[in-house]
Design a protein around this ligand. Structure first.
Ligand code: UD1
Ligand code: CA
Length: 460
């Protein structure tokens, strides 16, 4: 596939989404539809991918982040017109083939891309339409064949007569073209149709008129064509993708006993025998090991979680959790944290931008932010790293085997040495040396018979 290229059409507005954003940025399982399409193309081994942007183009460009080239379509004059904008890009691959795809049909997969390429090459087609046989073809372009079964044309719903409307083989909107065959007809597309648009589908008829052959490749699943025009269809697309992904994990040995309320993004990797409990979302680039328990009621995003770790009622964002860690309930692990092996965090704890060492316990009602905590440290209840003075954030450094007494405030920047203790209720502003006990609170005084003398409350 190396010398082939792909053009993704992503300029459309998608009016019925009623969105202020580009349609292709609408998310399916927390990932923009365009991201799904780009990944399918990349997975099939195509590296040169050009995206046609238009409506909210800057947002799409930002998402593509300079990694993939972009061409602009200044007016939405149809799918054929969109491809015309990528003419120079296609010319660079003149001796090869171009895959054209819609950025709003996210469930196209690399298998369909490579299988259809085989159909395209083995039959020496100049154009190959990826089609699907569907239960309800309404709205899609229909595949119209000659009596001998060969491809004749693609007719849009709006331009179709009653007989054509009965056809249930539809155009997915994805095609392989020989670049030279496509370049020969691109300038000849007209907008003489019910929509007044330049239809890319007309390129197929023009290629056939030129005496070349075109064919179709029927996709293995009708999912590859599914798109969404409004939020209701977007929810249906999410549901479809959700079940597809959950099934993949279950077949790989992940235990999801109550799948209704579990949502897993397309790029998540999960090891076998890990159990995912209800009301859990796992998304982004997340990797979870084996024999973990995630959930109930948890959100994990862009994190790495190692074997035998348990997260119960936890939000874990952009962090790394080693093996055999127990977290929750009611814990937030904020970005850039690393919780090491056998640590125990929670309940009611927040960790941010911190390292928590092996076997360390932060069991209750505690905030650890911008801190480096060693191994086997014990935090009492209600400790706070005071990391922000209103202007700058500073770090706390806590040595191995330290014991932080209940209700300690550690005023950063400050260091607590190895094996050091802080007394309960202390506000620690200065370094605590190794093996020392720091007491930073006023001594207790008892005033004898004060209550009898003062009688501060009325006697009953
Ligand atoms: C198109 C096909 C139809 C097919 C369907 C599959 C044509 C004429 N029709 O119809 O046969 O069944 O896809 O979903 O091609 N776009 C641009 N610029 C434009 C117009 C569209 O970039 O000027 C992009 C859109 O962002 C979208 C894709 O092209 O990603 C398809 O456009 P859309 O308007 O949805 O085409 P359909 O009418 O659905
Ligand atoms: Ca469409």
């Amino acid at each position: 596939m190396q010398n082939n290229c792909a053009v993704i059409l992503a300029a459309g507005q998608g009016k019925r989404m009623k969105s202020n954003h580009a349609k292709v940025m609408c998310e399916v399982l927390f990932k923009p539809m365009l991201g799904w399409v780009l990944d399918a193309v990349s997975d099939s081994g195509i590296t040169d991918i050009c995206t046609v942007v238009g409506h909210c183009g800057n947002e799409v460009k930002e998402y593509l982040n300079g990694i993939f080239p972009v061409v602009e379509q200044h007016e939405r004059l149809g799918t054929g017109h969109a491809v015309m904008q990528a003419k120079d890009f296609i010319m660079e691959h003149e001796d090869y083939h171009v895959l054209v795809l819609c950025g709003d049909a996210p469930l196209i997969d690399s298998k369909t891309i490579s299988d259809s390429y085989k159909t395209h090459i083995n039959n020496s087609y100049a154009a190959t339409v990826i089609s699907a046989v569907v239960k309800n073809p309404t709205g899609y372009g229909r595949i119209v064949r000659n009596d001998d079964g060969s491809l004749k044309a693609i007719v849009e719903q709006r331009d179709a007569d009653e007989q054509i409307k009965q056809i249930n083989e539809i155009n997915s909107g994805a095609y392989w073209f020989s670049c030279s065959a496509l370049l020969n007809v691109l300038d000849k597309l007209s907008n003489n149709n019910s929509q007044g648009e330049y239809y890319l589908t007309d390129a197929i008829s023009l290629i056939i008129e030129n005496g070349l052959t075109a064919g179709s490749h029927i996709a293995h699943s009708e999912n590859v064509v599914v798109g969404a025009n409004d939020r209701i269809q977007l929810a249906a697309l999410n549901e479809l993708a959700k079940n597809m992904i959950l099934e993949r994990h279950m077949l790989n040995g992940v235990d999801i006993p109550f799948p209704d309320s579990v949502f897993i993004g397309p790029d998540v990797i999960i090891g076998r025998d890990t159990k995912i409990l209800p009301n859990t979302i796992i998304k982004g680039k997340t990797e979870i090991g084996s024999d973990c328990v995630i959930g109930p009621n948890s959100l994990v995003a862009d994190s790495v979680i190692n074997d035998y770790t348990k997260l119960n009622n936890v939000q874990c964002l952009q962090s790394e959790i080693d093996d055999n860690v127990t977290i929750g309930p009611f814990v937030q692990i904020r970005p850039n944290s690393h919780i090491m092996s056998k640590a125990k965090i929670g309940d009611f704890v927040e960790i941010k931008n911190s390292v928590i060492g092996v076997g360390t316990k932060v069991p209750h009602l505690t905030y650890v932010g911008d801190s480096d905590v060693g191994a086997n440290v014990n935090f009492g209840c209600g400790c706070v790293t005071v990391n922000y003075d209103g202007q700058v954030k500073s770090r706390c450094n806590i040595g191995d085997n330290a014991f932080i007494g209940c209700n300690t405030n550690l005023i950063a920047p400050v260091k607590v040495g190895n094996n050091a203790y802080t007394a309960a209720g202390s506000t620690i502003t200065d370094e605590v040396p190794d093996h020392a006990l720091a007491i930073a609170r006023s001594r207790q005084t008892n005033i004898k018979d004060w209550v009898k003398i003062k009688r501060p409350r009325k006697q009953k």
